[in-house]
Design a protein around this ligand. Structure first.
Ligand code: TPP
Ligand code: DXP
Ligand code: MG
Length: 646
C-alpha cells in the first residue's frame, strides 16, 4: 500500500515524518497527473498546492477549524487527504466527485462556491461565529493571488481587521497567475515580496554565522536585523497589510513543507487575524503544466500525460467571437475589450495581440469590469466586456445602474451561457436571460451558429444608444443552420404551411429544435421552427407569427424563470393573444456536474423529449387529426413546404 492509499483522514498526516510527507507529496503529484490527465480538470492549480494542503491539515484540525478554499478548484489534494482518493476516476463526472468542495461529500467541505473572492467573507462570518461560540477554532482561508484581486476580498479584509482577536488565518497562495497572469497594484506588491524568499535565506544564513561570531557578531547581527526590518517595511505589502491591522508572515516557500508548517504554527498561535503569504508554482512538478504557454494548465481537458496535449476539438464559439471582434477592431477604432482575468478563455487574446492599447484585464473583478466599461463608454468608446455567463451575476447592479440607466453603448459577451457541464451548479450559465430581461433598454442576442454569431456581434456593437449582450454556449460551435426566410429579425429555419405548431428555438438550441421538428414530421405533425436571433426584447414579428399558430413551444438553454419562453408568453398576453404556449427550459434549481449532454438529458432538453412533449400537447390542443401518424408510404396530411432534409 502506498502512503497515499494509507491516508484516510487528516489525522493520518499528523503521524507522518517529514521524510514520509515528502514521499507522500510526490505520490500525490503523480496521482494528480495520472487521474486528471484522464478526466480533465484543474491540474495546474492543484499541483501547486500539494505541500500547502498537507501543511494546513497538519497544523489545523479540520473540521473543528474551518478550511476554506477560494473558488475551490484547488481542493483536489484536500479531497485526497480527507478520504476521497478513490473517487478521482469519476472526477467532475455525473455521479462522481465534484471538482470543487461539496458538502454532501465530506464534513471537511464547507463552501462549494466556485465563484472567486468569497472565502474571506465566509471566514469573517465563521470566525465571528466561533468567537460567539466560545473560541478555540480558526477560520482558515486559502485565497489565490488572482482571487485576491476581487473586490469582496477587500470588503472582507476591512472587516476581519476590525477585530484584533478575530481568529482568521488568510493563506495567500501566490503563484503569480489567475487564469491569465495576475494584474494590478496588489500583484506588484506580491511580486516584490516573492523576491524575498532568497533574501530571507541569505539573512538566515548570516544570522547563524554572526550569532556564532564572538564579540562583534551579535551587535553586527542586531544592526543587520534592523536594516532588514527597514527594507522589509519599505519593500513589502506587509506595510499595507499591517496598516490594515493584519499580521503578515512571509513570504514562505509554498513547496517547503517545514517552512510552511512553521509559518502556519506561528499564525495559529498569533490569536488574531493573520496573513501567511505562500509563494507557489502553478503546475509544480509537472513540466507540461509549468511550461504550458497559455495558462499553466489552469483547467485542462483530458490530455496525453506524456505530451500534455489535448485531442483536437472543433471550432469553438469562443474562437469565432474572438476572431470576429478582432476583424471589427480594425474597422472601429472606438472598440475596446475588457476581460476579468480570463483573456484567453474568453477569446480576447487575438484582439489584444492586434490592438495592445485597446484591451484591459481588470483582474477577477466583474463589477469593476462593467462599471469601468461604463466609464470608457462615457469617454466616447464602445467597450466589449467578455465574461462567462455565470460570472455576470456578480455585476448585475453595475449593468442595471451604471450602464443601462445611462443608456451607454456597452456590449456584454457572455460565453459559457447555458448548461456547461463538468463545473457543476455554480458554472451553468442559466441566469443571464432572467437577469438581463429585467434591465430597461437592454438588447440580448442569442446566435445559433458561427455565421449568426458574427452577424449579431456586428449588430450589437452598432448599437449606440444603450447596452447590448450576446450569449453563446461552451464548446464547439456546431454545424451551420441556414435560414429559409427572415421575417424582421426572426429567422425561419423550417417552414410548415399548416401554421399549427410554432417551435421557437433560442440560440444554439436551433439544432435541437430542427431535430425535434424532424421527429414530429415523421409522426405527421407539421412544425415551423424559428430562431428569434434577438431574444430581449421579444421581437414584435415573432409575437405576430405566434398569434397565427395553434400551439407555440419555446426551447432555450437558460433558466425557465424569467427566460425567453416566459417573456414571449407575457408578450402574447399583452397582445391579447391566447395561443397556448409551452416553454421548455432549464428548471430553476441547481444542477449537478456531468457532461453538457448528460445534464440537458436529465432535464428533458433533448430532441426526443421535446418531440414527445409536443406530441402530447398537440394531441390535446390540436385534436386527433394532427396526431394520426401518417402510415408508411402515405403522405402526411400536413404540407411541409421547403422542409430542409434533416
Ligand atoms: C467571479 C469569478 N470570476 C471568474 C472565475 C473564473 N476563475 C476560476 S479560477 C480563476 C483564477 C483564480 O486565480 P487564483 O485565485 O490565483 O488561483 P490559482 O488558480 O492561481 O490557484 C478564475 C479567473 C471565477 N471562478 N469566479
Ligand atoms: C474555476 C473556473 O471558473 C474555471 O476555471 C472553470 O473551470 C471554467 O473553465 P472553462 O474555461 O473550461 O469553461
Ligand atoms: Mg494564482
Amino acid at each position: 500500500m502506498t502512503l497515499l492509499e494509507s491516508v484516510r483522514e487528516p489525522a493520518d498526516l499528523k503521524r507522518m515524518s517529514h521524510d514520509q510527507l515528502g514521499v507522500l507529496a510526490e505520490e500525490i503529484r503523480q496521482f494528480l497527473v495520472d487521474k486528471v490527465c484522464k478526466t480533465g480538470g484543474h491540474l495546474g492549480p492543484n499541483l501547486g498546492v500539494v505541500e500547502l494542503t498537507l501543511a494546513l491539515h497538519r497544523v489545523f484540525d479540520s473540521p473543528k477549524d474551518a478550511l476554506l478554499f477560494d473558488v475551490g478548484h484547488q481542493s483536489y489534494v484536500h479531497k485526497i487527504v480527507t478520504g476521497r482518493h478513490g473517487g478521482f476516476d469519476g472526477l467532475r463526472q455525473q455521479g462522481g466527485i465534484a471538482g470543487y468542495p461539496a458538502q454532501a461529500e465530506s464534513e471537511h467541505d464547507l463552501i462549494e462556491n466556485s465563484h472567486a473572492s468569497t472565502a474571506l467573507s465566509y471566514a469573517d462570518g465563521l470566525a465571528k461565529a466561533f468567537q460567539l461560540g466560545g473560541g478555540g477554532r480558526h477560520a482558515v482561508a486559502v485565497v489565490g493571488d488572482g482571487a485576491l484581486t476581487g473586490g469582496m476580498c477587500w470588503e472582507a479584509l476591512n472587516n476581519i481587521a476590525a477585530d484584533p482577536e478575530r481568529p482568521v488565518v488568510i493563506v495567500v497562495n501566490d503563484n503569480g497567475r489567475s487564469y491569465s497572469p495576475t494584474i494590478g497594484g496588489l500583484a506588484e506588491h506580491l511580486a516584490a515580496l516573492r523576491l524575498r524568499p532568497s533574501y530571507e535565506r541569505i539573512l538566515d544564513g548570516g544570522r547563524e554565522l554572526l550569532q556564532n561570531t564572538p564579540v562583534v557578531g551579535r551587535p553586527l547581527y542586531t544592526a543587520l536585523h534592523a536594516a532588514k526590518a527597514g527594507i522589509k517595511d519599505a519593500l513589502s505589502p506587509q506595510v499595507m497589510f499591517s496598516d490594515l491591522g493584519l499580521k503578515y508572515f512571509g513570504p514562505v516557500d509554498g513547496h517547503d513543507l517545514a517552512a510552511l508548517e512553521k509559518a502556519l504554527h506561528n499564525a495559529k498561535a498569533f490569536g488574531g487575524p493573520v496573513i501567511v503569504h505562500a509563494v507557489t508554482e502553478k503546475g509544480h512538478g509537472y513540466p507540461p503544466a509549468v511550461n504550458h504557454e497559455a495558462d499553466q494548465m489552469h483547467q485542462t481537458d483530458p490530455i496525453d500525460p506524456a505530451t500534455g496535449l489535448p485531442p483536437k476539438k472543433g471550432t469553438s464559439w469562443t474562437s469565432v467571437f474572438g476572431d470576429e471582434l478582432t476583424r471589427l477592431g480594425g474597422e472601429r477604432q472606438d472598440l475596446v475589450a475588457i476581460t476579468a482575468a480570463m483573456l484567453r478563455s474568453t477569446g480576447l487574446h487575438t484582439f489584444a495581440e492586434a490592438y495592445p492599447d485597446r484591451w484591459y484585464d481588470v483582474g477577477i473583478a466583474e463589477q469593476h469590469a462593467v462599471t469601468s466599461a461604463a466609464g470608457l463608454a462615457l469617454g466616447g468608446l464602445h467597450p466589449v466586456v467578455a465574461v462567462y455567463s455565470t460570472f455576470l451575476n456578480r455585476a448585475f447592479d453595475q449593468v442595471l445602474m451604471d450602464i443601462a440607466l445611462h443608456r451607454l453603448p456597452v456590449t456584454l459577451v457572455l460565453d459559457r451561457a447555458g448548461i456547461t457541464g463538468p463545473d457543476g451548479p455554480s458554472h451553468h450559465g442559466m441566469w443571464d436571460l432572467s437577469l438581463l430581461g429585467m434591465v430597461p433598454g437592454m438588447r440580448v442576442a442569442a446566435p445559433r451558429d458561427a455565421e449568426t454569431l458574427r452577424e449579431e456581434l456586428r449588430e450589437a456593437v452598432a448599437v449606440s444608444d444603450g447596452p447590448t449582450a450576446l450569449r453563446f454556449s461552451k464548446g464547439s460551435v456546431g454545424e451551420p443552420l441556414p435560414a429559409v426566410e427572415r421575417i424582421g429579425t426572426v429567422d425561419v429555419l423550417r417552414r410548415c404551411a399548416s401554421e399549427d405548431v410554432l417551435l421557437v428555438s433560442v440560440g444554439a438550441f436551433g439544432t435541437l429544435g430542427l431535430a425535434a421538428a424532424g421527429r414530429l414530421a415523421d409522426q405527421g405533425i407539421g412544425v415551423t421552427v424559428v430562431d428569434p436571433r434577438w431574444v430581449v426584447p421579444v421581437p414584435e414579428e415573432l409575437v405576430e407569427l405566434a398569434a397565427r399558430h395553434r400551439l407555440v413551444v419555446t426551447v432555450e438553454d437558460s433558466g425557465r424563470h424569467g427566460g425567453f419562453g416566459a417573456a414571449l408568453a407575457a408578450a402574447l398576453r399583452d397582445a391579447d393573444c391566447d395561443v397556448p404556449l409551452r416553454d421548455l427550459a432549464v428548471p430553476q434549481r441547481f444542477h449537478a456536474h456531468g457532461t453538457r449532454d448528460e445534464v440537458l438529458a436529465a432535464v428533458g432538453l433533448t430532441a426526443q423529449d421535446v418531440a414527445r412533449q409536443v406530441t402530447e400537447w398537440a394531441a390535446t390542443r390540436l385534436g386527433e387529426s394532427q396526431t394520426e401518424p401518417a402510415s408508411a408510404g402515405e403522405a402526411s396530411d400536413v404540407l411541409d413546404l421547403d422542409t430542409p432534409q434533416d
